[in-house]
Write a protein that binds this ligand. Sequence first.
Ligand code: MG
Length: 397
Amino acid sequence: MNAASELAILVVAAGRGARAGGGIPKQYRSLAGQPLLARTLGALMRAAPGATVLPVIHKDDLDLYRASATRFEADFCLAGPVFGGTTRQASVRLGLEALSVQQPPPAIVLIHDAARLFVSATLVQRAVVAAKTHGAAIPGVALTDTIKEIDTQASVIATAPRARLRAVQTPQAFRFDLILAAHRNAASVGALDLTDDAAVAAWAGHRVHVFAGEASNMKVTTSEDLAVAEARLMGNLADVRIGQGYDVHAFGPGGHIWLGGIKIAHDHGLAGYSDADVLSHAITDALFGAVAEADIGSHFPPSDPQWRGAASRIFLAAAAAKVRARGGVIAHIDATLVCERPKVGPHRDAIRASIAGIVEIPLDRVAIKATTSEGLGFTGREEGIASLAVATIRLPL
Ligand code: MG
């Protein structure tokens, strides 16, 4: 944990999220190619680069969490995770306890729901200022719908005074010592049904200030919300780029070749510094081309001994990560192998699945084709294999 972080952001992701369906907790559902939780963590870390970001997860979700979050650990101050409790209130308290051992503890903590992926940098900044000024502060937005109170027969019995109501969001923002003490006291006397951290602070006798939230800071709860959030993300990914790649490797001695991360028995091998996976190299260059980040040889120079015999999935995964690091998605990969032998058809589906797995996109976004060159040229003489690839990506505007 980063000892220097004055600001900590607790991300509550321990819920089961059953209302969104899909068989896994909603925070791990994919939204435009990345799990919801990864998008929320990414938004927070971009909003507050120096902060300690600590997710609180369910202990059964550790594998899902690792798949979502590992890509951040090198670049950002992502701590933990901490395992949550049986209620949201217990999960937050356990997260606060974990932060309390930080030396020194944070001065300010923001407590944020994993389900709010559109949290903006300006909202985070407002939250920090409000916590410093007021000690306890939450974002709220005015209501646009009129609110009616109804009876058990669904008949209206009252109209709520809309002007005085606010729909509150997260991040809720607190002086760290204040909210830690409030949660500890609530737990020690069994006040365990407080629905949010503002309620915990109010229960402990603190005034809670409401600052301006953002209508765009939606909470993803249902499967319909997931669809709306994905449409919003995709609508923003309108900068379409196309990259192309080309590679050739010569046949040499050996009994197998690698194509798209799949080992295929053959009466020759392919010569090369790495595993000579000509297909993966062409796709890697197409992805580097799409983000205008030079080529495979400049990222993984053959002069560097660590790449001798390397599995080309490393290169391909790194190129895909370049797209994700820009907040983008890979829309499609289309590649062609040019060779007389081996026959690619029997291996096509395995190769597609392998590439889809390495670059983390759905199978129906990977096309692999093969052709001979009718006996003409170096491929026709079976001196080697050539591969061409096109990658279509979408970046944020
Ligand atoms: Mg190559």
